[in-house]
Design a protein around this ligand. Structure first.
Ligand code: GLU
Length: 491
């Protein structure tokens, strides 16, 4: 049997990071078994449709490198199946169930259903569709049912759930699950507007698309007994099921916006690498057998099994993601600097800054170990692209009465240094420090103030060498002007 899985998002908003994990696990499972990964947009509930969300789902998946294998049109390009283009199919299948006697017509109005729920609540029983007292094909009889249908009375089609017995199945992650039929509602399959509910469309499509494994979030577990009863109602073989653990905030509540970003697009905007996000979410709920954390997509495909997915919720630890992204940053500095330059250049342009590629690459190389995400460089390495801003408190902590004389001497030494390399600068300035019995740190800090304006950065000699002699001397001069024109902060 060849594996066929699907990711079936509803376009009700931006793709959630948990949705991306579901897509990834399906993709990894398909690849691991040489099977196929299908993408299906479940958009039959038009009231919950959010414009732009299909595009966002497709863009986010493409960004992560998780692309479907199949085309909805024979021989066409790979892409998503779209349920709203298949509604006739669901209507036909609802008819099939009516013919098999495993579904039935019901004519209850929303008000009647409300009253039913109120009665049940008052009697202290869980709300459910009470087939024996409501207005449906069984209580009205065949003739009246036909008459109402012919008169165009709004009708829904409901699943006829057996009154006795149980639904029993084995979830690959959770083990055996047993649900008594009396706890399963006579689910609406086709609404009075002719549109299918999620349950009908989902099961019909999983069957028609030959899905072998349904891998989805834990929140769908309560729907699974309904789905299994639907397979039975059609006389179909059900797929295997695997329900993935919830994603949690650090306080173990369900991952939510209040605690941070949940949309994939937010992580894209913050400049995380897709490789890092994919690696990070792969480990949210799945335990690789090896004691290791960094995996490329190919390595994940190789290592992934559903048996190693946990039941317990997985805590979304942002600091681990930051760490992981930094690991990839290091890797790409070695292996693909042009990619990093291309990512940073437009962010610099937004500030009105530009520089030759080679220089941008050198700045990234010099400073990457001090950040987690590339866009952080725009602020962190600001002074590498534009004149520094001087900060009073840093100035006050460094500047003393004899700083001017020292700066003049350093300026002359810098001017004479040739070749203008970090090593040559280090040698010359250390010799000077020794001669004048100055701690080298004092020279470094003074230059840091003058050249960068900020107290943290890369090694000062490397920074000066990269900025170049001309720019360094220009900054010393600018600084002297700033000091001369400065009004001392307070008496
Ligand atoms: N359309 C459902 C969703 O939005 C799909 C659930 C499933 O995978 O069956 O997640």
């Amino acid at each position: 049997m060849s594996v066929r899985v699907r990711f079936a998002p509803s376009p009700t908003g931006y793709l959630h990071i948990g949705g991306l994990r579901t897509a990834l696990y399906n993709y990894l499972f398909a690849r691991h078994h040489g099977g196929r990964f299908i993408l299906r947009i479940e958009d039959t509930d038009r009231t919950r449709y959010v414009p732009g969300s299909v595009e966002d789902i497709l863009d986010s998946l493409r960004w992560a490198g998780i692309e479907p294998d199949e085309s909805p049109v024979h021989g066409g390009p790979a892409g998503p199946y779209v349920q709203s283009e298949r509604t006739e199919l669901y209507r036909q299948h609802a008819q099939l169930l009516l013919e098999r006697g495993t579904a039935y017509y019901a004519f209850d109005t929303p008000e009647e259903l409300d009253r039913m729920r109120q009665r049940q609540q008052a009697a202290g029983i869980a709300p459910h569709y009470d087939r024996s007292s409501m207005r449906n094909q069984y209580t009205l009889g065949q003739e009246e049912t036909r008459r109402l249908l012919a008169a165009g009375e709004p009708a829904t089609i409901r699943l006829k759930v057996p009154l006795h017995g149980e639904v029993k199945f084995t979830d690959i992650i959770r083990g055996t699950i047993v649900v008594p039929c009396k706890d399963v509602d006579d689910q609406i399959l086709l609404k009075s507007d002719g549109f299918p509910t999620y349950h009908l469309a989902n099961v019909v499509d999983d069957h028609l698309m030959g899905i072998t494994h349904v891998i989805r979030g834990e929140e769908w577990l309560p729907s699974t007994p309904k789905h299994l009863l639907l397979y039975e109602a059609f006389g179909w073989e059900p797929p295997a099921f695997a329900h993935l653990p919830l994603l949690l905030n650090p306080d173990r509540s369900k991952l939510s916006k209040r605690h941070g970003d949940v949309a994939v697009r937010d992580y894209i905007a913050k400049g995380y690498f897709p490789e890092a996000i994919v690696n990070f979410i792969a480990l949210l709920g799945w335990n690789p057998s090896a004691d290791r954390e960094l995996y490329t997509l190919e390595e994940l495909v190789e290592a992934f099994t559903l048996e190693r997915v946990n039941k317990a919720g997985a805590v979304f630890d942002l600091s681990k993601l930051e760490w992981m992204n930094a690991q990839y940053l290091k890797r790409f500095v070695q292996s693909d600097l042009p990619r990093l330059i291309a990512q940073l250049r437009p962010l610099l342009a937004e500030r009105g800054w530009s520089a030759p590629d080679i220089y941008i690459g050198q700045v990234i190389t010099l400073l990457h170990e001090r950040i987690h995400r590339l866009p952080e460089l725009v602020d962190f390495a600001r002074y590498m692209f534009t004149a520094p801003d001087y900060d009073e408190s840093f100035f006050n902590s460094v500047w003393t009465n004899d700083s001017h004389t020292l700066l003049d001497a350093l300026s002359a030494l810098i001017e004479q240094t040739e070749p203008f390399t970090a090593a040559a600068l280090q040698e010359r300035l250390s010799a000077f420090a020794r001669e004048h019995s100055l701690p080298f740190r004092r020279i470094g800090t003074l230059l840091r103030l003058v050249i960068t304006g900020v107290s943290v950065g890369a090694g000062m000699m490397d920074t000066i060498a990269l900025l170049g002699k001309e720019e360094t001397l220009r900054r010393i001069e600018m600084f002297c002007h700033w000091v001369a024109g400065r009004v001392p902060s307070s008496a």
